[in-house]
Ligand binder design. Structure first.
Ligand SMILES: Cc1cc2nc3c(=O)[nH]c(=O)nc-3n(C[C@H](O)[C@H](O)[C@H](O)COP(=O)(O)O)c2cc1C
Length: 373
């Protein structure tokens, strides 16, 4: 055994003993602050003006599957923009129908509209895509109006939170506020209820299906960014912090693992253990539904989800999308067999109160990386 292997094995042993994910307090470098401040962001080369820059920066803080950031913005003029879907950022193995791409674009548009409103613009949106594989998706018409009081800070401090959810049920007033944000299309299943138990079981089972699917694992590995330089270079994807692999386990993953190891047995097994632990935590599950599956339905649902996620941030409530059940055939079949045709679930979200809301950790591309003139 050479020295590198020896260190690698020793670290692996220590990591396994201590478990993956030690606690939020043992965070490492604050990459969000390090990489996304004025000095470290790559220079904006495209001259689109400070307001457009600001609006698109806030939009880019939206969540997306695998943090793939599947958006681009085409500036037809200073007041007419197209939000588009970047094919190179689709996830064909886990999201073959591009359903989640559309939901992520919806979340991006929600942030964009709120940021524009707060800067004194109104944004008219119209879906121009005919199907989920079109590149141009939503046309935006922007015009000057009066500034609205909107707390933009929530967009900066919101994140996906997967651990340390408290067991208490959601208060009725909080569920009502979520329903308002989701325009009624939201259901809460408190922990311990039959529905909640089913959703937890399905999340684990469908995750296991996914980690045994080589193509899905290759896709996932391709979106992992384990090393600092790689994170800095791409500014997207799944980082150790984003996957909540922190403390000693995070140190090991960052320093001794590569994409090939992400495909390995240990990583897969640890992933399953993690999901099993996660589904035991929290206040239960939220489901966001839509009226149908049109392009407008999906974009609107992404917007409703993001409104709900921003509301959750204000309330110190963790939201963790667990999409595998909606992605896998087995999950889809079970949902279909147990619900009416009119029930169209689009998000399955673990939810729970937090005693401390952790800082965001995932990185975004700078505006001019996704603006096309
Ligand atoms: C449509 C959609 C599906 C997602 N599915 C999952 C999922 O199945 N599991 C998970 O851990 N996170 C999921 N996420 C969360 C993303 O991984 C997360 O938003 C992204 O990494 C950026 O991190 P942030 O939300 O902390 O900014 C999903 C997000 C969106 C918008």
């Amino acid at each position: 055994m050479n020295r590198r292997d020896f260190i690698k094995k020793s670290m692996a042993a220590a990591t396994l003993i201590s478990g993956v994910g030690i606690g939020l307090s043992s965070c490492t470098r604050d990459l969000r602050s390090e990489l996304m401040n004025a000095e470290t962001m790559p220079q904006t080369l495209i001259q689109i003006g400070p307001d457009a820059n600001k609006i698109l920066y806030y939009a880019s803080l939206a969540p997306s599957g695998h943090n793939s950031q599947p958006w681009f913005v085409k500036m037809i003029s200073s007041t007419r923009w197209i939000v588009g879907s970047d094919k190179s950022r689709w996830l064909p193995e886990v999201d073959a129908s591009n359903r989640e791409v559309m939901l992520s674009l919806g979340a991006f548009i929600e942030n964009l509209v709120q940021a524009a409103n707060s800067l004194g613009y109104v944004v008219e949106t119209s879906v121009v895509a005919k199907d989920r594989f079109d590149s141009e998706v939503v046309l935006l018409n922007i015009s000057k109006s009066t500034e609205m009081k909107i707390p933009l800070q929530r967009m900066i401090t919101r994140r996906t939170v997967k651990s340390h959810m408290l067991p208490g049920e959601l208060k009725a007033s909080d569920v009502n506020d979520f329903k308002k944000a989701a325009e009624g299309r939201l259901y809460y299943f408190p922990r311990g209820t039959t529905h909640s138990d089913h959703m937890a079981k399905e999340a684990v089972n469908n995750f296991i299906i996914q980690v045994n699917n080589e193509k899905a694992m290759v896709e996932m590995a391709n979106w992992t960014r384990l090393k600092y330089e790689e994170i800095k270079q791409h500014r997207d994807g799944l980082t150790p912090d984003g996957m909540e692999i922190i403390g000693l386990a995070g140190f090991y993953v960052r320093n001794f693992m590569d994409k090939k190891d992400v495909m390995g047995k240990t990583f897969r097994e640890k992933g399953i253990e993690k999901i099993e632990t996660q589904v035991r935590e929290g206040a239960g599950w939220l489901v966001i539904t839509s009226d149908g599956n049109t392009m407008a339905d999906l974009i609107e649902t992404g917007r409703r989800f993001q409104r709900m996620a921003l509301t959750a941030r204000e309330k110190m409530i963790a939201i963790h999308p667990m999409t595998q059940t909606l992605e896998e055939q087995q999950g889809q079949k079970n949902i279909k067999e147990n619900h009416s045709e009119t029930m169209v679930p689009q998000f399955m979200l673990r939810v729970g109160y937090l005693s401390q809301y952790p800082d965001p950790v995932t990185i975004r591309r700078p505006v001019d990386w996704f603006v096309r003139m």
